[in-house]
Ligand binder design. Structure first.
Ligand SMILES: [Zn+2]
Length: 307
């Protein structure tokens, strides 16, 4: 996650919770209306419990890097994920050893993705480092993955030889690409392989309108909402995001992004924060974002090219 532009309001979700606006005093009518609204909301919730508190979640953006497993051993990490009610978790790590440790502990829960980084320090240099390719190749030969990523790439760098080779490897093995970057990088990868499948990390930190424009152009593009607080405030989905979810109910998914070891302790809180705002959406849309879309994205995987 490091080195990425963040929206200014990004301190999820504590900042979001802190803004319960006091009502202006004095107006009895307003108070009666508020009371009536509360009753109506209560009735609606009784009549149609939109989203259960135990809604399963597929977390599509988790890292378990070397400093995380030093402080939180695999058994405890898996216990934490299960406690949060996560049904599946897509994990990538610097190095890949972290992902393999978690996968060995809970193959039913962990969905492995192969990160090009051997250490944290490679985020800004990997795309010009040819040694990344034999590294990826040897890991791909040794272990099973659903994706290559999360990796960071912006603009014209997506057309550099190392990135092109990554796109070819994904194509060869029928893997998803988990791409953290701008819309320009997404477009360049689709030009290299129009049949690619891309999960756009953090929805590119782009505005909902820009995300929608890019999704419209590419049916095999999905977006995770990791490390964004702007989709909802106080359990209410923001209007622009509601429009995006309504237009593309099958393309968004959740992610915690445990980019530092401390973020692991935040996994259960993130899950309950997400369940609160998902309850503000129609059940089908909420379940899609919570877990069905991620499962469908994996199922849509293109078979590897025959040798
Ligand atoms: Zn990340």
């Amino acid at each position: 996650m490091q080195g990425s532009p963040h929206p200014a309001d990004v301190t999820p979700p504590a900042a979001a919770r802190a803004t319960i606006a006091p009502r202006s005093a004095g107006a009895h009518g307003a108070m009666r209306l508020a009371a009536l609204a509360a009753v109506l909301v209560g009735l609606l919730q009784t009549a149609a419990p939109a989203v259960a508190a135990d809604l399963p979640i597929f977390d599509a953006h988790v890292h378990y890097s070397h400093d995380a497993w030093a402080t939180l051993p695999p058994k405890e990490a898996v216990a934490l994920l299960r406690k949060a009610g996560l049904k599946r978790v897509m994990v990538s790590s610097s190095s890949d050893e972290g992902t393999q440790k978690l996968f060995a502990e809970a193959p039913d829960l962990i969905v492995p993705s192969l990160r090009p980084y051997r250490t944290r320090g490679e985020i800004g240099t990997w795309v010009r480092d040819e040694s990344v390719i034999p590294h990826l190749d040897s890991r791909l030969a040794k272990h099973r993955y659903v994706a290559i990523g999360e990796f960071h790439v912006y603009g014209a760098d997506a057309d550099l030889p190392v990135m092109r080779r990554v796109v070819e490897l994904a194509r060869r093995d029928g893997l998803l690409l988990h791409l953290h970057g701008d819309a320009d990088a997404v477009e360049r990868v689709f030009r290299q392989d129009p049949g690619a499948r891309i999960l756009w990390a953090h929805a590119g930190f782009a505005s909902p309108a820009d995300v929608r424009a890019t999704l419209r152009r590419h049916p095999m593009l999905w977006a995770d909402l990791a490390f964004r607080s702007d989709p909802a405030t106080d359990g209410r989905v923001a209007a622009e995001w509601r429009d995006a979810f309504t237009e593309f109910p099958a393309r968004f998914m959740l992610g915690t992004d445990t980019f530092s070891p401390e973020r692991w302790w935040y996994v259960p809180e993130h899950a309950s924060w997400a369940r609160r705002w998902l309850a503000d959406l129609p059940t089908g849309v909420a379940e899609g974002i919570a877990w069905r879309n991620a499962e469908a994205m994996l199922a849509a995987r293109r078979p590897p090219i025959a040798p």
